[in-house]
Every structure is written in C-alpha cells, then in structure tokens.
Ligand binder design. Sequence first.
Ligand SMILES: C[S@@+](CC[C@H](N)C(=O)[O-])C[C@H]1O[C@@H](n2cnc3c(N)ncnc32)[C@H](O)[C@@H]1O
Length: 207
Amino acid sequence: MSSGSKTYIVEHLDPELGAWSELEYLAIARESHEAGSNFCLSSLPPAFKVPEALTKIPSFTAETRGVEELYASDKSRVCLLDPAAASDLSPEDGNKFDAFLFGGILGDDPPRDRTSELRKKGFEGRRLGPVQMTTDTAVRVTRMVVEGKTPLKEIPYLDHPELKFNEHESTQMPFRYVKGEDAKPIMPEGMVELIRKDSDKAIDDMF
Ligand SMILES: C[S@@+](CC[C@H](N)C(=O)[O-])C[C@H]1O[C@@H](n2cnc3c(N)ncnc32)[C@H](O)[C@@H]1O
C-alpha cells in the first residue's frame, strides 16, 4: 500500500531539450511543487544543461540515471502512463503506486508509439483514455485522478482545440487538453506564443 506524496517522473527520450519540452517541463515542475509532489526528469545525457528556471524549483530533481536504476529495488511502485495499456488509470491507483512515469517525447501526429521504449522496461501500465495528450497534460490528468480522486471520465477535456491567433491565423492542435475555468485548453505558460511563432515560421518557410 502506498502513501504520502507522489513522484512524477519524465524519462527524457529525446537527445536535446526543445523549446516546447522546456515549457512543458517547467509547467509540470511548478504544478507538482504547488501540489506538494515531486518531479524528476530522468535519463538526462551527462552534458545536458538543465534550464535555470527549473533548477530554482525545490521539489525538482534532474537525474542522469534512468528510471530502472532509480527504482531497481521496487519496480511495483512505479506506474507507466501508456497510451497502449489495457486498463485505464483509476483513483484507486493512487493507493497502489507512488511514482508515475511518462515518456519525455513531443506528441506526434499520427502517434509513433515511442512510449514503447519505456514499455519494454516492464513497469505496470495504465492508459489515460484513448486520445493522445501532451506530456504536461498527461501529468496534470494523472494528478487529478490519483491525488484529486476524480475519475478519468469526469475530467473536462478539450480535444484537438483550434487556437485562433487573429482573424486569419489559427492552428488546430492534434492533442487532448484539460479544459480550464476560462473554457480554454490548459497549456504551459508561453506555449501559445511559441506555437504562433512556429506556425509563422512554417508559413515563411513556404515562400
Ligand atoms: C506526447 S505523449 C507521446 C505519445 C506519443 N506519440 C508516443 O510516441 O508514444 C508523451 C507521454 O504522455 C503520456 N500520455 C499521453 N497521452 C496518453 C494517454 N492517452 N494514455 C496514457 N499515457 C499518455 C505517455 O506517458 C507518453 O509517453
């Protein structure tokens, strides 16, 4: 039986840290800290430069070791959030597990199942419903279920929302998000601006 504060582990699977991942990791670190839980970014390459804003969050840890090594003595405490798992995460899983593991990979459309790299390690898996979420959304939803005890089906979601930048420009996100009190998708601070910049760049590159 598990008790006490939860640890959210993102096993970083990309060689570098892109601007999107940096904003996502910062949002996870801030929200975990506010909730009294821990956030660990594992499997970092030794030369990896941890962004300064992250190092300032006291409950955040950066690890070059992978999750298998970190939890070698008690794998059964770790739950892998896996889009291909046979059963969905439930509030009772908060009693069974005290660490929740996520793939540190950007979402892709169609999904390439890079979570399979973590599946091979043999942790018990749970799904967060059938739609692909961003990593920060997956952590947010897991916290709502295992700490807030809200069943997955009662969380308000926004699927594939359209971000409207102005009258002429908009972009559709191929992910599921949690719906905020303002009825907009909850996203890391600075993400909408980054998406807008990236979409402007994509348009510029066409000419
Ligand atoms: C952006 S998703 C990556 C999904 C991806 N396209 C892949 O290759 O697996 C990042 C992480 O969030 C978690 N995640 C996202 N959506 C999920 C879902 N519906 N069920 C379980 N986990 C999910 C997984 O841990 C996944 O590795």
